[in-house]
Design a binder for this molecule. Structure first.
Ligand SMILES: Nc1ncnc2c1ncn2[C@@H]1O[C@H](COP(=O)(O)OP(=O)(O)O)[C@@H](O)[C@H]1O
Ligand SMILES: [Mg+2]
Length: 253
């Protein structure tokens, strides 16, 4: 049963003036498709030649799914993830996101969609070193244009979701790698994205910390109604995925 809730989205553009209000499914059906990739290819010109990196990718991510892209280094995972997040665009084929022709939008339109509805997590935790965990998460709300009056509650909520309520005022160098990655997750979900993209989020962590990160991912899928698409080459964490796409040399097998 899908319950729809009207959300006032105070998403501002860089000039801080435009405010839009959107309808968002609060509890979407699990079968609803969020992201569709149709025959995507990506070529790069390299020294007079063409390097064919993605060779006809077909995939989908449904609401509240945890989807993994598995594959060796160099197989094209990051290139695909960059296209899914609109940081890059396919040379051929198209990508639909949230019922919109994402890869065919203008750069500006895509940037707005990305800022509002997507969150990113990288292998190296991408935190501001001089800011505390709290301030790092707050910064992402500031950048998303969330009204200041909502910051305190949302920052506390996000740090609690990732299990860091006791480390709120620590700075990155005072935190373990796993804790830093949890701050990065809190930061990535603070503005309530519907899709989280994570590029090898556990690559720099040991097995125990990786398992914690996966538990956090499962927790936020339940509580935040977000879908997650992540890359990995760690076989032990693949078992928690709803779906695994295995990439070899720019194609799924
Ligand atoms: N901008 C680019 N220009 C040229 N080659 C690229 C570019 N981006 C990625 N590649 C090449 O595409 C291949 C796949 O890279 P990547 O997507 O990073 O793989 P993975 O993330 O699976 O390790 C590599 O051979 C890489 O050198
Ligand atoms: Mg990569």
């Amino acid at each position: 049963m899908a319950m729809t809730q009207k959300i006032e989205s105070e998403q501002r553009e860089a000039d801080g003036r435009s405010v839009d209000s959107i309808e968002r499914d609060d509890r979407p059906d699990k079968d609803e498709v969020l992201l569709t990739v149709n025959q995507v290819e990506r070529m790069f010109p390299v020294g007079g030649n063409t390097l064919h990196v993605l060779k006809g990718i077909q995939m989908e991510v449904k609401r509240r799914q945890l989807v993994m892209l598995k594959g060796r280094s160099g197989s094209g995972k990051t290139t695909l993830l960059n296209c899914l997040g609109g940081l890059d665009t396919p040379s051929k084929g198209d990508i639909w996101f949230n019922k919109q022709p994402f890869s065919r939008m203008s750069d500006d339109e895509r940037t707005l969609v990305r800022r509002k509805d997507m969150g990113f997590i990288f292998q190296a935790f991408a935190l501001m070193p001089l800011l505390s965990a709290w301030e790092n998460v707050e910064l992402s709300l500031r950048m998303a244009g969330t009204p200041r009056s909502e910051w305190k509650e949302r920052v506390a909520e996000c740090l609690e979701l990732v299990g860091l309520e006791k480390r709120m005022h620590h700075r990155p160098f005072e935190l373990s790698g796993g804790e830093q990655q949890r701050v990065a997750i809190a930061k990535a979900i603070a503005h309530k994205p519907i899709l989280l993209l994570a590029d090898e989020p556990t690559a720099e962590l040991d097995t125990g910390m990786s398992a914690q990160i996966m538990a956090v991912f499962q927790n936020i899928i339940r509580t935040e109604n977000v879908s997650i698409c992540m890359t990995t080459h760690d076989p032990t964490i693949l078992e928690v995925a709803d779906h695994v796409y295995e990439m070899v040399d720019g194609k799924f097998i």
